[in-house]
Design a protein around this ligand. Structure first.
Ligand code: DHK
Length: 146
């Protein structure tokens, strides 16, 4: 059976394409979804792609992943810098998780330099734009199939 990757996107990522394109790029969230679907297909992964503007919904999706996913790719967006609840949910499910940011958070405002999620993610990719999602899926496929 194909390994299942839950791809989670946090607040304001629904506005990709129009939101600060100099920072986040021109691709829309639909483009990112298509990229993840086609990469998943190439790698033999089943990809479940979601976005939410609500922290509690993100926590519930992470909890549900215990039964529905083998790994998580997460761009928690602003919740990276604020959410102990998302960190705790990821710890609770214990699935391998990679954190992705489109922008290089370390070159931006100081409040973006710390991510709670990084302490539980086994890898972090930032600053590569949408390519980060593709590389994260490749890394997850390698991990899940090894
Ligand atoms: C996306 C956001 O919405 C910001 O709040 C983060 C992240 C960075 C990104 O680069 O994908 O600080």
């Amino acid at each position: 059976m194909a390994k299942r990757v839950l791809v989670l996107n946090g607040p304001n990522l629904n506005l990709l394409g129009t939101r600060e394109p100099g920072i986040y790029g021109a691709a829309t969230l639909k483009d990112v979804e298509h990229l993840c679907a086609s990469t998943g297909k190439e790698l033999g992964l089943s990809v479940d792609f979601r976005q939410t503007n609500y922290e509690g919904e993100m926590v519930t999706w992470i909890q549900d992943a215990r039964k529905t996913a083998d790994a998580i790719l997460i761009n928690p967006a602003a919740y990276s810098h604020t959410s102990v609840a998302i960190l705790d949910a990821l710890k609770a499910v214990g699935l391998p998780a990679i954190e992705v940011h489109l922008s290089n958070i370390h070159q931006r405002e100081p409040f973006r330099h710390h991510s709670y999620v990084s302490s539980v993610a086994y890898a972090v990719i930032c600053g590569l734009g949408v390519t980060g999602y593709r590389l994260a899926l490749e890394a997850l496929a390698e991990k899940l199939n090894s």
